[in-house]
Design a protein around this ligand. Structure first.
Ligand code: ZN
Length: 689
């Protein structure tokens, strides 16, 4: 393990040193993942009344070590915490309330659930991680002997106990009795080191982890894993595209999830182990992983030989999920203690798996968004490595059933869930928008993203799609958008884009069929080529997109919403717009057929009819010139001319259209299908009738 502490780093104060230490740790995924791990430093602080007080800066609960900031290190008064060392017992709830009272700033974030553990260690700086190499030692059969064989006697060992008051006392007592120990191993949990400074605690931490890595490397010779045939990639991804929507549908019964697919080499080779299902069943490597991955993954073999139809896939997946849920319910009935956790809080924990292995195909991780699915995937990768090493060191073992249950349903860990921002209206949904690189499509993509959707931003102009997707990710976070090239006139391109959406997110809930072109010419002057081009984009394009959407949504089985961007010309065509209006009329009729055929599957289809939205590519300089000429007005008055033409004298913007599309895409319009909403400022001859 590389020591990342730069020799020339000088911290101005304790918090700066802790932030730096946290970054050194966080940059190493084999030490901590996402919200795992914590660090502290004892300090002297000015209390609210101006007096000096002995305090401790401790990481806030659930923060990511890679991204800590000053406010993430609340200060707690040390004396009242140390007084607790004399107590016999303390409930979690009492402990949390007590620790809250010791905050110097009552509005500071909740301190780590391991605050007492840090306080009780009589050293200025303390660091705790869930290092992979340590878990490889502690999660073995005969774990104490393994840890001893690695470190000798000058590292302390504390048996597994759920984090909380008792564990903190045990750790405090062990360190007080052996202040010169090099560190302390928490069985099935992680490593604690301490020192005079954060640097010293960190150096010791890295030294011990490095020793553990060397110990493991000397004893574990990964049997030359059977190579995954590379020719398999295409076949298994084709299977994944067929399986994912069905799996997502089954997992989304209560609340939708985003499903992330992963067929990395380590996943594929792990699944070839004969003991893979037993290892996965053994459970998580450290308690805080369970918040993201649940206790155990689902092993879901499918009969992959052709012919493999949807019904077979569904039937097998359903049986696997039912068995998984039944086991969860059994465990709940056996171990649930209402005095430890309210029924309401327990209901936060779903009985559905978060990590699913389909042998020969890959691994899916489920979450409320792409970030959550990615956290679960990262943890799963590290868990696979830990399981295999521990298996070679004598056999992988995790917590027993009761311990695992209480870790999974531990209120203080569940509290972290409440830190996530409240879900937006389109959270957990995936929207695919065509022609989303510019104009109305772009405004729609940004609007749906702002409402919480994951957006597949597609356009024939891939660079433009990428720019929009990057903007969404910047604003809304990891994995919230995917940019794809999509030519709506090309069947293969449309299908490939839907496949990519399925591999990335597991499925699609909202499809905005928006891409369109307009070229004006009187029929006498209209070339066959322009006519056919308009039909290809403005009619056939919508057919190809809606067909792919319907097929996918039907297989998913959780409904869906399609919104077609049509035009005012559907109800009130204008001269010299023959090719455009005729093709758009086909689009409108197609939308109604989609509504008719989709109804029984809970799939809705509606259209918006915008008019004169000048901020779009459709209104090319050439078209502006032509329309100005046709209306007999100067070109620079064209926008004003169109605004005056409508009842509200309104200039219609792309954002106005996006607003109507959002309403139709969301459950706000759950009882509306086959409808047409004008967004045109009011054009009397275009009133739908
Ligand atoms: Zn921990």
């Amino acid at each position: 393990m590389r020591n990342r502490w730069q020799a020339d780093f000088i911290a101005q104060d304790a918090v700066e040193a802790l932030i730096y230490q946290a970054r050194c740790v966080g940059e190493e995924p084999a030490l901590v993942l996402w919200g795992g791990g914590n660090n502290s430093m004892k300090t002297i602080e000015v209390d609210f009344d101006g007096s000096m007080v002995q305090a401790m800066r401790i990481k806030g609960s659930g923060g990511n070590m890679l991204a800590m900031q000053r406010r993430d290190y609340p200060a707690v008064r040390l004396a009242p915490l140390l007084a607790l060392f004399e107590r016999e017992a303390m409930s979690d709830e009492e402990m949390v309330r007590y620790v809250r009272h010791t905050l110097l700033d009552p509005d500071a974030p909740r301190p780590s659930i391991e605050t007492l553990l840090h306080a009780f260690i009589p050293a200025p700086a303390v660091l705790h991680t869930h290092a992979d190499a340590i878990l490889m030692l502690t999660n073995t059969r005969g774990r104490e002997a393994t840890v001893r064989a690695c470190f000798g006697d000058d590292v302390l060992i504390v048996p597994y106990l759920r984090p909380g008051f008792q564990l903190s006392k045990l750790v405090g007592a062990a360190v007080r009795a052996n202040p010169n120990a090099r560190g302390l191993v928490l069985m099935n949990h992680g490593l604690v080191t301490w020192g005079e400074t954060p640097k010293e605690a960190y150096d010791r931490h890295i030294a011990l982890v490095t020793e553990a890595e060397a110990f493991v490397a000397q004893r574990v010779f990964p049997a030359a894993a059977p190579a995954v045939p590379t020719s398999d990639v295409e076949r298994r991804r084709a299977l994944a595209v067929r399986i994912a929507p069905i799996l997502r549908g089954l997992l989304s019964r209560e609340r939708r999830v985003v499903l992330r697919f992963d067929d990395s080499d380590d996943v594929m080779t792990f699944m070839m182990r004969p003991d893979a299902p037993q290892l996965l069943q053994a459970g998580a490597a450290t308690p805080d992983h369970m918040l993201h991955t649940k206790r155990a993954a689902l092993w879901a073999p499918l009969p992959l030989q052709e012919p493999l139809d949807d019904a077979t896939i569904r039937e097998h997946l359903r049986a696997h999920l039912e068995a998984y849920e039944a086991a969860c319910k059994r465990r709940f009935a056996q171990h649930y203690d209402p005095s430890l956790l309210s029924a309401e809080a327990a209901a936060q924990v779903s009985d559905l798996p978060r990590v699913i292995f389909v042998p020969g195909v890959g691994m899916w991780t489920a979450g409320r968004d792409m970030r959550a699915a990615t956290v679960a995937a990262d943890i799963a990768h590290h868990t696979l490595a830990i399981m295999q090493a521990a298996q070679a060191l004598g056999g992988y073992v995790s917590l027993n059933d009761a311990e695992a249950f209480h870790a999974e349903y531990w209120p203080l860990e569940l509290y972290k869930l409440t830190l996530a921002p409240p879900e937006r209206e389109l959270a957990r949904r995936v929207a695919l928008v065509t022609g989303a690189g510019h104009g109305i499509g772009k405004a729609i993509a940004l609007r749906l993203a702002a409402e919480g959707a994951h957006v597949v931003v597609t356009d024939i102009d891939e660079a433009a799609a990428r720019a929009v997707a990057e903007q969404i990710v910047q604003q809304h976070g990891l994995g919230r958008a995917l940019a794809l090239h999509l030519d709506v006139t090309d069947e293969a391109s449309v299908n490939a884009a839907f496949d990519r959406a399925v591999l990335t997110y597991g499925g699609v809930d909202i499809v905005i069929s928006n891409a369109g072109i307009a070229r004006a010419a009187a029929i006498v002057d209209l070339s066959l080529e322009d006519w056919q081009r308009s039909l290809a984009v403005n009619a056939t394009g919508h057919f190809l997109v809606s067909r792919a959407a319907l097929r996918l949504m039907q297989r998913q089985g959780i409904g869906g919403s399609l919104v077609f961007n049509a035009t005012k010309n559907v109800t009130a065509p204008g001269k010299e717009f023959g090719a455009y209006s005729a093709a758009k009329a086909a689009e409108a009729q197609l939308c109604r057929i989609v509504a008719i055929e989709g109804g029984e599957h809970g799939i809705r289809a509606n259209m918006v009819n915008p008019d004169a939205v000048f901020s779009t590519q459709l209104w090319s300089p050439e078209l502006r010139r032509q329309r100005a000429q046709a209306q007999g007005i100067p070109e620079n008055q064209i926008e004003e001319y169109y605004a005056k033409r409508n009842l509200l004298r309104a200039r219609v913007t792309a954002e106005d259209v996006a607003e109507a599309v959002f309403w139709l895409a969301s459950d706000r319009s759950a009882k509306t299908t086959g409808a047409m909403i004008p967004v045109d400022g009011g054009v009397r001859e275009a009133f739908p009738r």
